[in-house]
Design a protein around this ligand. Sequence first.
Ligand code: ADP
Length: 405
Amino acid sequence: MKILVLNAGSSSQKSCLYEITDATLTQQPPQPLWEGKIDWTQDRSVAEIEVKTATGEVLQESIDGDSRTAHVAYMLDTLTHGATQVISELSAIDVVGHRVVHGGLDYRDSVIITEDVKKAIAHLSNLAPAHNPAALEGIEAIEQSLGNVKQVAVFDTSFHSTLPDAAAIYPGPYEWVEQGIRRYGFHGISHQYCANRAAQILNRDLTSLRLITCHLGNGCSLAAVNNSRSIDTTMGFTPLDGLMMGSRCGSIDPGILIYLLRQSDYSAESLDHVLNKASGLRGISGISSDFREIKAAMEQGNERAKLAYDIYVHRLRAGIGSMLASLGGLDALVFTAGVGEKSALIRQAACEAWEFLGLKIDVEKNQQQPIDVDIATDDSNVRVLVIHTQEDWAIAQQCWQLLHQ
Ligand code: ADP
């Protein structure tokens, strides 16, 4: 079965094509036949397109025009034409899976996309304004290029739909609950993939494990996983809650917002910008939201970079402590995404706080760019895993499962 995956970001559209058989599902994640990426970061009307194939063909192009749907169609065309061709026609694709950030309360599992599902995704755009509209654009681009091929929505919120009320409900007025103002949690596709992969690496049944998965990328979140379910997470009603992130503040005293609204001329838009784009590592350091640049500046003695790092670590440890309390114990701590997978420094700093529980990492293994490896010492009471998150592969697996139900 050929499964195309589309992963829409606010200024990018990533895509890949997998060939799946029964056998592939039980093995390690396979390499996609084809991978495409469109980047609109520099200029909304210019698409930087990059395509690679499993056989090593690479295409890089820049195209103009305002229609993002047309840019997606152009990228999909490289599946069937030129040096990057991997299939003879687009009709060879059996199903298309989309990452959709917000599924609200109604979508607790992946679903086949219908007109009603599209309406629901559009309706939830007010909760995920940077992401849900982009996913809809991807769905419509596929309808135009592939006609009525089966499409599947895989939601980032689904994995957290098992949160108990005590973890999900904010202690505001009860009307909030009735209005759907509650913790939804995000990065669910990644947390769920890492939980499953952790069980595979540890050769254990996921239902017997208590895990904390740390997704540390540009956006950062933790999940507490017990008996294969998410029982707590740090992101909330929006992806702004929880840990300090690249350019987002994470949890702050809500009284600060009241103070700012009263004391200065902030509007909803300017607050949104400050909290989402001008805070976190970028806001404190004044340098960058990129962890590598913070680390480099810190090593050169930059004090604000060091402060940004210290706050990041403080909040990461506090978040892990909070997940620990929800779990009441821990079998494995899992690190994933850009910072989690690549920064030995952050893993070391996060783990140091838990030495008193007998959690010990092997300093050498931690330094050796581990991927899908246990980096705890043999005598550690808790396993520590570094897992390369593969959200696209997780989406492809969901499509396969949905079509075989
Ligand atoms: P996204 O959340 O957008 O998917 P990623 O998961 O790729 O992003 O994570 C991006 C973050 O990973 C950035 O802060 C970047 O600095 C960090 N990162 C990437 N490579 C390294 C590295 N070698 N060492 C430390 N941090 C890294």
